[in-house]
Design a protein around this ligand. Structure first.
Ligand code: FE2
Length: 273
């Protein structure tokens, strides 16, 4: 099966790009399952239910999040009823919403998707992400309960991301990092068969600071006194993500390649699709 993951969709610019391009990508390239990280979709801060529904309507099967998940307070309410919406699984017991789910792909495969947040240089400081993954995989995992397993590991530190990848290597189809909004070039199939990428990058305007208008972030570095609020940048977005070909037999990755479409970064797409 073919799986597409798109990195953090930032603001209107990111949303427009995803909504315009995703249906065509899915149709043209026979994508069986699509995940979009949406934690910055509402002006850079969280996601509303209307945006979530628009993203699902555009073709996303699951929308993941991270540290900004509750920035729009309505998420605390809709997280319980929206089963295709994931918040980090390692929040304390009793937190609204779902940290993982099992979904049917277009080809009939059972895809487990988990959203876990790292702890290095991250706030809030959540439960142990490694123990969280271990518990999620305890019921058989790949080849037994699930035909594919994907982790969106939302974290700052590449060391924590890589170690998490190695921790579940051979037990997941894909581990993809999110949160830094900067795509890394280390896509690979790990020795145990798990596709890995430290960060997918963002779907947003790269003429910015991480998708936000660059003026105020720069001001805070220079002057240390806020002048205004962070606002999402409004230029055309570049779509960033990763595509994985997953074995129908083993659930492990056969090929992995980055995807970048848009005006700012050098475009790339799998040469095998
Ligand atoms: Fe984040």
């Amino acid at each position: 099966m073919r799986l597409l993951f798109l990195g953090d969709m930032v603001g209107r610019s990111g949303r427009v790009a995803v909504q315009e391009r995703l249906p065509g990508l899915i149709a043209d390239h026979g994508i069986d399952f699509t995940i979009v990280n949406g934690e910055n979709a509402a002006g850079g801060f969280g996601i509303t239910e209307a945006i979530l529904n628009d993203t699902l309507s555009a073709g996303a099967d699951v929308v993941t999040t991270g540290n900004h998940v509750w920035d729009q307070r309505e998420a605390l309410v809709f997280a319980d009823r929206q089963t295709r919406f994931l918040r980090p699984a390692n929040y304390p017991k009793g937190t609204p919403g779902h940290g993982m789910g099992v979904y049917e792909a277009k080809n009939g495969a059972r895809v487990m998707v988990s959203n876990i947040m790292g702890r290095v240089f991250m706030a809030p400081d959540l439960d142990d992400p490694f123990a969280c993954a271990e518990a999620q995989l305890a019921d058989g995992g790949l080849g037994a309960a699930f035909d594919a397993v994907v982790f969106d590991f939302h974290a700052e530190a590449t060391s924590e991301k890589m170690c998490f990848g190695h921790f579940v290597d051979g037990r997941a189809s894909l581990v993809v990092g999110t949160h830094t909004h900067t795509p890394t070039a280390d896509h690979q199939v790990l020795s145990g068969g798990t596709a890995y990428l430290s960060d997918a990058g963002m779907c947003g305007d790269y003429d910015s600071s991480l998708g936000m208008d660059k003026e105020e972030p720069l001001n805070r570095f220079l002057n240390k006194i806020p002048k205004g609020r962070f606002e999402a940048a409004t230029g055309a977005a570049t779509i960033c993500g990763v595509v994985v070909e997953i074995s129908d037999r083993t659930g492990l990755a056969e090929r992995v390649a980055p995807l970048r479409i848009g005006p700012r970064l050098e475009e790339t797409s799998p040469d095998w699709w």
